[in-house]
Ligand binder design. Structure first.
Ligand code: GLY
Ligand code: MN
Ligand code: MN
Length: 435
């Protein structure tokens, strides 16, 4: 992503904020894993979206109209000794030269400087509740500016920053779509690799290793979320991430995995037979889920709502469940009574972007939101028939299937970013075990 993209975002945000206001955007803290080992660092999505700055211990401040500079960054100073141990830092100069800050201060000085920036601001934008420790510091600075309970310190209203930035993030620019397409392509290749390599007797974690190998060698250094590699009935546990069982002949394998590229996520699910051949019952259920997914994807277009996509999938799933003998009664009644929820208990998709479950409202004025060009969503229907469901036909028990693609809303309809991941029965049967 080039610097102009970040500058444009900041300008848009500041145009919406208006003069006399201030926004304070901290990045994510470093999180300890155990003793003196930390989790790999991932900056906060809102912070990175506005700055492109990937180091921890940084706070961006936006003050539209401030004469000495509207974009102020607090970050770590250069420190040769620390850098020898932990890697290089951009420092204050880097924040200005490489990331477009007008002014930069050491993060260690924030207690002295930030209250001065807050003084007399008519509106303070801040996303309360994300980082508890930072919330406490905000409170202390505000208290100091007010200088006691009788004075306001010139401070006006507090406004949640989330809404403005989340609306911006919901609509993807050309550059963002380029980055997301790369994440999608790499992830699709990883799914294909997993299919080729899969054999009965392998462990779920061995398949996970193949996914991560493909992500990493393509330059995506992290998965966007923990991969789900679920053989057989493990697929009926929606967030199964143990990935520790052996894959059995004649079982299905559900893989939900996506790479993160430049802090943008892909999110793909494929389900295929471990031995490369669908059994009759597996084929029947798979065909229903695939038809539901295709119907839902066909619905994605400007002017349709988020719920339209869900209902398109539900319609096909319910018809299939009735035909398979899994639910009784007519399609209409089973839909109204939501009898399908025993087998399909999640929604058909979510927004996708820097966060896998990305930001943006799903409802506006209590109506399902209209889709618009530039939005990216997943379409991921599934059917999960618990092995313990004694009311379900025996041959279906223990089958869990989900098919998930990433879909961009375009002016004329949609584009499936993840279409390179095989999903037709013929393609799957010819690919699985071939590598
Ligand atoms: N991978 C998380 C999801 O599909 O929503
Ligand atoms: Mn998803
Ligand atoms: Mn997923």
């Amino acid at each position: 992503m080039n610097r102009r993209e970040f500058a444009k975002r900041r300008q848009r945000l500041m145009d919406m904020m208006g003069e006399g206001s201030i926004a304070i955007v901290p990045t994510a803290p470093v999180r300890p894993r155990n003793r003196d080992v930390d989790f790999p660092y991932r900056p906060d999505s809102n912070f990175y979206y506005l700055t492109g700055f990937g180091e921890p211990e940084a706070v961006a401040v936006f003050t539209p109209g401030r004469e000495q500079g509207e974009f102020v960054m607090f970050c770590r100073e250069r420190d040769p000794r620390a850098e020898q141990w932990h890697g290089s830092r951009l420092g204050l100069e880097g924040a200005c030269e490489r990331h477009g800050a007008d002014d930069a201060f050491p993060i260690s000085d924030i207690d002295d400087i930030l209250p001065g920036l807050l003084e007399n601001k008519t509106r303070v934008y801040y996303a309360m509740g994300h980082f508890k420790e930072f919330d406490q510091r905000m409170l202390a600075w505000v208290t100091r500016v007010r200088g006691g309970s009788r004075s306001s310190g010139g401070l006006g209203e507090f406004v949640m920053l989330d809404h403005l930035v989340h609306e911006m993030r919901l609509f993807k620019s050309k550059a963002e779509i380029g980055v997301m397409s790369k994440a999608a392509e790499v992830s699709a290749a990883a799914h294909e690799r997993a299919m080729r390599i899969c054999r009965p007797g392998m462990s779920e974690y061995q398949i996970e290793a193949e996914l991560l190998y493909e992500f990493t060698r393509a330059g995506c250094r992290s998965a966007a979320y923990p991969s789900i590699v679920a053989g057989g009935a493990n697929a009926c546990t929606l967030h199964y991430t143990d990935n520790s069982d052996r894959l059995r002949d004649r079982d299905l394998l559900l893989i939900d995995a996506g790479a993160e590229h430049d802090y943008y996520a892909a999110d793909i699910t494929r389900t295929f037979p471990v031995n490369g051949r669908f059994s009759g019952a597996q084929r029947d259920v798979y065909s229903v889920v695939l038809a539901a997914q295709e119907a839902a994807i066909d619905t994605v277009a400007p002017g349709r709502t988020f719920d339209d996509v869900h209902m398109a999938a539900v319609r096909v799933l319910v018809e299939g469940l009735v035909e398979l003998g899994a639910i009784k009664g007519g399609v209409k009644r089973a839909t109204e009574k939501e009898r399908y929820k025993r087998f399909y208990m999640h929604r058909t998709g979510h927004w996708l972007g820097m966060d896998v479950h990305d930001v943006g409202d799903y409802r506006i004025d209590d109506q399902s939101r209209m889709l618009e060009a530039g939005m990216v969503m997943t379409v991921e229907p599934g059917l999960y028939i618990s092995p313990d469901d004694e009311k379900a036909p025996k041959k279906l028990r223990g089958i869990g299937i989900r098919i998930e693609d990433d879909v961009l809303v375009t002016k004329s309809g949609h584009e499936v970013l993840t279409s390179a991941a095989p999903k037709s029965i013929d393609d799957i049967e010819s690919i699985v075990g071939s590598g």
